[in-house]
Write a protein that binds this ligand. Structure first.
Ligand code: UDP
Length: 337
């Protein structure tokens, strides 16, 4: 019996693969390396000392995907194969809808064909949309999404609800990630975006490594935050990966049902706190300047993480210092400079 990880060579997929292998689970990874590198597979093996099967394929390719189900006894699927750049999704909506939504549908249809009905989906806090309340609880309705990336997440959540309604033998976990950062403490796997990053931590990493000359802090006049800079619920990717293990255990226990969990620490940090902490714990300089607010940014939001704590026995244990140290350790071990 194995857990299938489409997109398992990516940032969150690879960290989850490590935790699953550490738990003694058998895994199968499929990935097309559209946003990851093949070396990651060896790194996962190096960290865990364990082996696993791998197929290079795009999960839209149903024939190849069916072969994976023919050749392996897949008991559950954790889907990481999605495009995730907000800005890019605005420029390439068709690609995002095809890859994220059609890809998920091909995957779910294939699962159905092979009688595999346990599925965990990487969703996002973005499905809450813009709202007055800044602490998001799972009971809140999904809001209006503001970009195609977010819409793909909301659409897939809805599709999963419809699948469960049609067949209550499914067991489905929807995990709404807040802002994952950091890297495995070995420094062997982490986030390595191509080109100029959009997200805060990858940008700080490139500035600290002198690949970019300074960080723009988008806004320092937000009334809603303690120092005027934006605030987010940053969480360590290893905590996030462990959240998937706990969600899988929950699905195994309950056998059927659809469950939604926020995965965040519940403690927002500001952009300024992130930059200051990064400099302090790593003894590096991150030059920055304050610029105008970025269009579409909310001042602050964070998870209410009580449900995951109560039902999954999951809490994020890593600190902001850990997030900053592990990110920098990863850069130092993987930089060509
Ligand atoms: N941010 C920033 N400079 C950057 C990138 C991001 O000041 O170069 C801020 C951004 O305005 C937000 C926070 O960092 O307040 C997190 O942004 P990110 O893009 O990482 O995540 P998201 O906005 O999707 O939560």
């Amino acid at each position: 019996m194995a857990i299938l990880l489409p997109g398992g060579a990516g940032y969150i997929g690879s960290h989850t693969a490590v935790e699953l292998l550490n738990q003694g689970k058998e895994i199968v990874i499929v990935d097309d390396f559209s946003n990851s590198k093949s070396e990651v597979l060896d790194k996962i093996k190096q960290i865990t000392g364990k082996d696993f099967k791998f197929y290079e394929l795009n999960y839209l390719d149903k024939e190849s995907l069916e072969k994976v189900f023919e050749e392996n006894d897949i008991e559950a699927v954790i889907n990481f194969a999605g495009y995730k750049a907000v800005g890019e999704s605005v420029k390439k909506p068709i690609e995002y809808y095809i890859n994220n939504v059609s890809g998920a549908l091909v995957l779910l249809d294939t699962m159905k064909k092979y009688g595999c009905k346990r599925f965990i989906f990487s969703s996002s806090a973005t499905v809450y949309g813009e709202r007055k309340e800044v602490e998001y609880t799972e009971e809140m309705k999904r809001g209006e999404t503001t970009n195609p990336y977010g819409t793909t997440k909301a659409m897939i959540e809805k599709i999963l609800e419809d699948i469960y309604t049609s067949d209550p033998e499914w067991s489905i976990g929807i995990l709404r990630y807040f802002n994952p950062v950091g890297a495995h403490e070995s420094g062997l796997i982490g986030e390595n975006p191509q080109g100029i990053p959009n997200n805060l931590m990858p940008f700080i990493m490139k500035v600290a490594n002198k690949e970019l000359d300074h960080l723009n802090i988008f806004g320092n006049d937000y009334q809603e935050t303690k120092d005027g800079t934006g605030a987010r619920d940053f969480l360590h990717v290893v905590d996030l990966a462990i959240g998937h293990i706990k969600a899988l255990e929950k699905l195994e226990q309950e056998k059927t049902g659809i469950y939604v969990y926020n995965l965040g620490t519940g403690n927002p940090y500001t952009v300024q706190e992130m930059v200051d902490t990064f400099q302090k714990v790593n003894h590096v300089v991150v030059p920055y300047q304050y610029t105008a607010r970025r269009a579409g940014d909310l001042p602050i939001y964070y998870a209410n993480s009580e449900k995951a704590k109560k039902e999954l026995n999951w809490v994020a244990t890593k600190t902001l210092e850990d997030m900053c140290k592990d990110s920098w350790n990863y850069v130092q071990k993987n930089s060509n400079k």
